[in-house]
Structures are given as C-alpha cells and as structure tokens.
Design a protein around this ligand. Structure first.
Ligand code: UDP
Length: 478
C-alpha cells in the first residue's frame, strides 16, 4: 500500500484495506468434502465490500477511549469458576488483610503485562490486600535499548555496548529516585525496571522479579548484565518451566491469565459483533482468519500474510491482522510498513492499526473469526492464544515460549513451525469444521482450568503467604 492510501485519524490510527484488484475470488479447492457451508452472501455484503475498498479512517466509535466499564467484583466470577474457588481466595487473603503490594512495569497499555495488571490490581485490592501499580518512565533511547534487550533475551544476536548499559542504569536510577517503596511486597515485572532492586536495602519489603519473557536461550551478554540484579530479589517467577535459569533464589511457575469478565473476553451480543465487523469491513459470510498482535517481528505478521496467501490458493478466506503499539515498543511503525508491503493489494487482507483501548473491538473480531492464528517466532506466553482458546476458537500457533503450555497439539489447538505448516493448518481447519470445533471446545476447557484470573490471584496470595512465613521462620531462628 502506498503512503498516499493511508488516512490517519486524529488518534493516529487507520484501517488499512487493500485496493481491490479485479474483484474476482480465487476459486478455491477444498481439501475435503467437509468444507464449511458459509451463508449465501447477503444484500449488505456489497455495501461491506464497497466500504472495504475505500481505505477509510477508523470508525468514530474507536477514536476516543470509552469510559471505563464498572470493574467486576470477586463474586461475579462465581458463575464462571464456581463459588468454592471464590471462597478459597477469600480464605487465603484473610491472613494478608491490611498488607500491601506494589506492581511495577514499563507500560500502562499495550501488551499482555498491562492487560493482566489492569485486572489483578483491583481484585487483590478487593480482597483487602491493597495493591498499587506504578509504571516507570523513560525516553525513546531507554525503550529502544530495553526492546533490544527483550529481543536479545529471546535469543536474537545483539552487541551490548557500554552506552546501552549506561542508558539502562541511568533511567533505572531516575525512576528509583522518583518512586517510593512503602509496600510489603514489591513486584518488578520484566527487565526494564529490574534495576529498581537497588532500593531493596532501604525497605523491609519482599522483592520479587516477575519475568514474562522466554529466558530459555538468552543472549549471554544481556543476561550476564541483568543477572546480578535478578539475584538480589527474594524470588523470581517465570511463565513456563523451560524459562527457569540457574539462580541462587527460589523460582516459581506462574501461568499468565486472562480475565473472562474484561471487555476483551466477556460475552458479546451477536448484534454488536456484527456491527463491529461491518464497521471494519470484515465480511462474516466468508471464513475469517485472524491474528491479533502488536506489530512486532517476533509475532511474525509477515509470515502470517505468506501463510494466508499459500492457503488462499485452495480455500477462500479473509485475513485480519489486528494490532497496535505499546508505549515501550518503538519498532511497531516499521513492522506495520513491512506487513503492508507483504500484503500488496489483496482486498481480502484487512490490516487494523488500532488504538490501545479497542478491547471490545478485538473481542468482537476474535469472536467473529473462523480461525485464530498466533504465528509467533518467540513468545513469552501469548495471551492472545489464551483469549482465542477461551472463545472456543480453533487456534493455530507457533510452537514457542509458553504457547505449548496452552496448545496441546491436535487436542486444544494446533502447533506449527513454519509458514508452510501454518498454511497447511489454515487449509485443514477450514475444510474440517468438526475437528476445528472439537479443538476449540477443548481449548476453552483448558483455559478455564488453568489460565483464568482467579487462578492467578490464588498464586499471588499463596506466594505472598509463603514469603511472609519464610520471614517469620527466619525471625524465629535468629
Ligand atoms: N492487544 C491489544 N491490542 C493490540 C494488540 C494486542 O489489546 O493491538 C492485546 C492482546 O489482546 C493481548 C495482549 O495485548 O491481550 C498481548 O499479549 P501477548 O501475551 O499475546 O503478547 P505481548 O504483546 O505481551 O508480547
């Protein structure tokens, strides 16, 4: 797509659909006779198709952040997870009543960590374990370096320079000077604020490092630089067994989680799903293959475009790439441009560069999708996979990071290792709807058992109690 085709909204976001070619569909050659029957095109489809071709700006409804919805309460989750689970949380919280927690990360919006903290913080507070959330600040130079660290910890080659170390340390020191650490438990998320541990000696708090990224094969230079900070914490938490490192501190496994009552995951009326698809020019009478992700090379959006193009030779479908940026990720614009170039002028590729408050829209797009893809090359855990499984969607995902904890191959989804594998599975799932439905339904159950917010709250309460108890025992022994 040329830059003239792009209409930027006041929010700086656009819908990017490609100009139509000759409007003809590929004939498609289904792999089996199980090909799903899609309703005949409706009269409104022509209007949808017309709107898709116009590169129009985002609908007005998404240009400004919606008013925050009323936060759900603990008891609202009973209908989903059962009253016993809620009673267990209240019981575990009792001994911690009046204690406080501070969560610190590097972005308030965008990405999975912000997504989880948004709900975890009020729920812990409702259990009378008052929880505060602080976001560190930094300039572009800091976030460029921490993004490079992030990629390097995922294994990307990287030459760590003295200047990069200095910038990292300077911003950590600035934030340290600005912040107070009066709480009983301080939780530092990911490497960006890891240097705040230098305040540990000034507080009686427990300090925990919550690492959300895959550290199974880190760039040695970056890991050796960060390791002395990590070793000062009282404990480290990882999202998968395989991410654990040799460390002299206790390590815990916490699966990340989603909130089933959030705007991103709650049930939506069918009419709203339809309206949102119409607004974005997504045709619900034809199969929809979707990836929701920040425009990040490690999410391989260009690989998804190639996989879709291979599959499209055999089955009719549309591709929706819904993404946006995170304030701590400076690479998004360049990756978005690469995606547009790969998409060319296919009218069935819909690229949505969404503002960060579009949770309901993402929910609706996920619910409208026939298949959801998360073709990551590296991944911490992949909350987009959790979200897709929760919605009962047949899901295809890269076999990396924490994704295999969620996708048990051919049972709760399918794992892929290449563009060709991804293309094959798109084609297979679109032509085997019974199998697609069965993995979608098992995926939903798997999330319910393991990856909901209530389970995560339980893990935090247990860890806090373990840390308190260990301190009490140390006190007695002294
Ligand atoms: N997300 C979003 N808008 C976007 C892209 C992603 O709200 O444009 C959300 C997505 O639904 C998920 C989270 O951001 O909840 C991404 O978490 P994940 O663990 O998949 O990846 P991360 O971005 O943390 O690497």
């Amino acid at each position: 797509m040329s830059s003239e085709d792009r209409r930027t909204t006041s929010a700086g976001s656009t819908i990017e659909t490609q100009a139509p070619t000759n409007g003809s569909q590929k004939a498609g050659a289904p792999v089996s006779s199980e090909a799903p029957a899609h309703p005949a095109r409706r009269a409104t489809d022509r209007r949808v198709a017309d709107r898709r071709s116009m590169n129009r700006p985002l609908p007005a409804s998404v240009l400004t952040p919606p008013a925050p919805p009323p936060a759900p309460h603990m008891d609202d989750y009973a209908a989903i997870v059962g009253q016993v689970q809620i009673d267990t949380l209240r019981f575990l919280a009792k001994e911690l009543r009046g204690k406080t927690i501070k969560m610190v990360n590097s972005t308030a919006v965008g990405g999975g960590v912000a997504e989880m903290l948004n709900r975890l913080v009020p729920l812990l507070s409702e259990l009378e374990v008052a929880t505060h959330w602080d976001v560190i600040t930094g300039g572009n130079d800091f976030f460029e370096i921490t993004k490079a660290f992030h990629n390097a910890l995922h294994g990307t080659p990287y030459e760590l320079t003295k200047s990069a170390k200095d910038i990292f340390l300077t911003y950590n020191e600035q934030n340290r000077a600005r912040m107070r650490f009066d709480e009983d438990l301080i939780v530092i998320h990911d490497p960006q604020p890891a240097g705040l541990i230098c305040s540990k000696a000034t507080t009686p708090a427990h300090w925990v490092w919550r690492c959300h990224i895959d550290l199974s094969n880190p760039n040695p230079g970056v890991w050796e630089f960060l390791r002395p900070f990590v070793e000062q914490y009282d404990a480290a938490i990882f999202s998968s067994q395989s991410f654990a490192r040799q460390l002299p501190i206790p390590q815990y496994l916490f699966y990340p989680c989603i909130d089933p009552l959030s705007e991103k995951n709650k049930e939506l009326p069918e009419s709203l799903v339809q309206q949102i698809c119409d607004d974005f020019g997504i045709d619900r009478t034809r199969p929809i293959v979707t990836q929701v992700s920040r425009f990040d090379r490690l999410k391989d959006p260009v690989g998804v475009v190639h996989a879709y193009k291979l599959a499209k030779k055999y089955v009719d479908c549309q591709l929706v790439l819904a993404g946006g940026g995170a304030s701590d990720d400076p690479e998004g614009a360049a990756v978005l441009q690469e995606v547009k170039e790969a998409a060319g002028n296919d009218p069935d590729i819909i690229i949505l560069d969404l503002p960060p408050w579009c949770a309901v829209q993402i929910n609706a797009i996920q619910r409208a999708s026939t298949i959801i893809v998360q073709k990551s090359l590296k991944e911490g855990f992949g909350l987009t996979v959790t979200e897709a499984l929760w919605k009962g969607k047949p899901t295809i995902a890269g076999s990396v990071g924490g994704i295999p904890n969620q996708i048990i191959h051919k049972l709760t989804g399918v794992l892929v290792h290449s563009v060709e594998g991804c293309a094959f599975q798109i084609r297979y799932l679109l032509t085997h709807p019974e199998f697609a439905r069965s993995i979608g339904s098992s995926g939903h159950e798997h999330v319910k058992e393991n990856f909901l917010m209530t389970t995560n709250v339980k893990r935090w309460l247990l860890l806090f109690r373990i840390l308190e108890q260990a301190r009490a025992l140390r006190g007695k022994a002294a």
